[in-house]
Design a protein around this ligand. Structure first.
Ligand code: GUN
Ligand code: FE
Length: 422
């Protein structure tokens, strides 16, 4: 059996708002599966080599539950339009280039590397509508050590000149893609109607049926922007609310992931909670595209499952350290908008959402629970001056707000060491 023992300051978020800290602790995994965090190394591991990381922080790695791989080339540009104009002007032409497999290979290799370097080891990711490029993306993620779900995007209307399939091609290519991605071990398919305006009823009905038949999860966008919500209302006059356009086609259940959810009112939020749908909060993107400020605290209070997403390239940061800080800042803006009636997210809450909450979508228990696959970041913050000796929680706060170059020393994903700065 392969045993991994990491020694350092072990910090994890086993519940919303709680941090477990074990100074000089041991994080142990057997064959890539965590057996525990121990203040003293148990007798049974005597003689096993220990990777002594000194005072470094040993943290859970991130789960990014919403991002668009083919938008990576436009990251940090095109931030001057609202959602629907932004899609037509910048995003769809950028994604159309992924018809070229060579281009896809080069871009996706770089993206996969940047993800692991930043400690993101689990994703729920959109590809483009291109089958070949989607398989290349899955291959590059798998090789780099990123785990999770990837979706070939379905869009058979409102895509524009170079980014639209016929219904027939969309159906055929989805089946071909599913056939071809059976061999990946760590990266699995997720059905991905881009959003309701992108898919005809016929395509939605096909996807809902396919999800049921093959037991596949579904990801999409929900109530991100006011103009989008109004448009969906016009497209589906039979549906009082946006969520019902997914529910009516059988794509509304506990494995469904919905990004944004900025404009969900109480009724829509109740539907989310009752079905066990996961909401992905994309704070950077919501601000960049002037979409709004999602009511994340209300959702948490109501018992909705919430995780975080970078939503590149509506979001302008791939690093989930930045995404966590942005989520906390957004919750403070929400507090002001709510007349100080809602609480902002604390750092430990933000950390929980960026790690444990997203990981639970993949079946993990919160924190470094025994039985979880080893997903961890070793973070060396020793380059920064200290105003006084900082607690582990303060060091974590500083890491969230102030990303330091080269601070991520090692990253573990599903038991494998996938990045090492040395
Ligand atoms: N809604 C439909 N497509 C997209 C997209 O690519 N990004 C965002 N932020 N929202 C969307
Ligand atoms: Fe998105």
């Amino acid at each position: 059996m392969a045993i991994t023992i990491l020694k350092g300051t072990v910090v994890s978020a086993p519940a919303l708002g709680r941090l477990d800290v074990t100074e000089n602790g041991y994080l142990v995994a057997e064959d890539g599966v965590i057996s525990g965090v121990f203040p003293v190394l148990p007798e049974r591991y005597a003689g096993v080599p220990v990777e002594d990381l000194g005072n470094a922080l040993i943290l859970q790695s991130f789960a990014d539950l919403h991002l668009h791989a083919p938008q990576y080339p436009m990251l940090g540009t095109g931030m001057d339009l609202p959602l629907l104009d932004w899609l037509n002007t910048y995003t769809f032409p950028t994604e159309a280039r992924f018809a070229d497999p060579d281009y896809a290979r080069a871009v996706y290799r770089q993206l996969a590397r940047e993800l692991v370097e930043n400690g993101t080891t689990r994703v729920c990711m959109f590809s483009s509508l291109h089958t070949e490029a989607t398989l290349i993306l899955m291959d590059e993620l798998e090789k780099a050590g990123v785990t999770g779900y990837v979706g070939k995007v379905n869009m058979d209307r409102n895509g524009g000149e170079n980014l639209q399939e016929t219904t027939e091609v969309s159906i055929r290519e989805t089946l071909r893609w599913l056939e071809a991605c059976g061999d990946f071990r760590h990266v699995k398919p997720i059905l991905t109607p881009r959003f309701t305006p992108s898919c005809t009823d016929e395509l939605m009905a096909f996807l809902g049926k396919l999800a049921a038949e093959r037991d596949l999860p579904v990801q999409s966008h929900l109530s991100e922007n006011r103009a989008e919500v109004d448009w969906v209302g016009q497209l589906h006059p039979d549906c009082p609310q946006y969520w019902e356009t997914y529910a009516k086609f059988g794509m509304w259940n506990s494995r469904t992931v919905m990004a944004h959810c900025v404009w969900c009112d109480e009724r829509e939020r109740r539907a989310i909670r009752d079905a066990g749908v996961t909401v992905v909060h994309c704070a950077d993107s919501n601000q960049n595209l002037c979409s709004g400020v999602a009511p994340i605290r209300a959702m948490l209070n109501e018992g909705i499952k919430v995780a975080l997403g970078s939503d590149i390239a509506g979001g302008d940061h791939l690093s989930m350290f930045d995404v966590t800080a942005a989520s906390i800042r957004a919750s403070k803006a929400r507090r002001v908008l709510d007349d100080w009636q809602t609480d902002f997210l604390t750092v430990s809450e933000g950390w929980y959402l960026a790690t444990s909450a997203g990981a639970s979508y993949f079946g993990e228990q919160p924190g470094f629970a025994a039985g979880n696959p080893l997903h961890a970041i070793v973070l060396d913050d020793s380059q920064l001056p200290q105003p006084r000796p900082l607690t582990a929680a303060e060091r974590l706060e500083r890491c969230v707000y102030r990303r330091q170059r080269n601070a991520v020393r090692t990253v573990w994903s599903a038991g494998r060491k996938v990045f090492s700065a040395e």
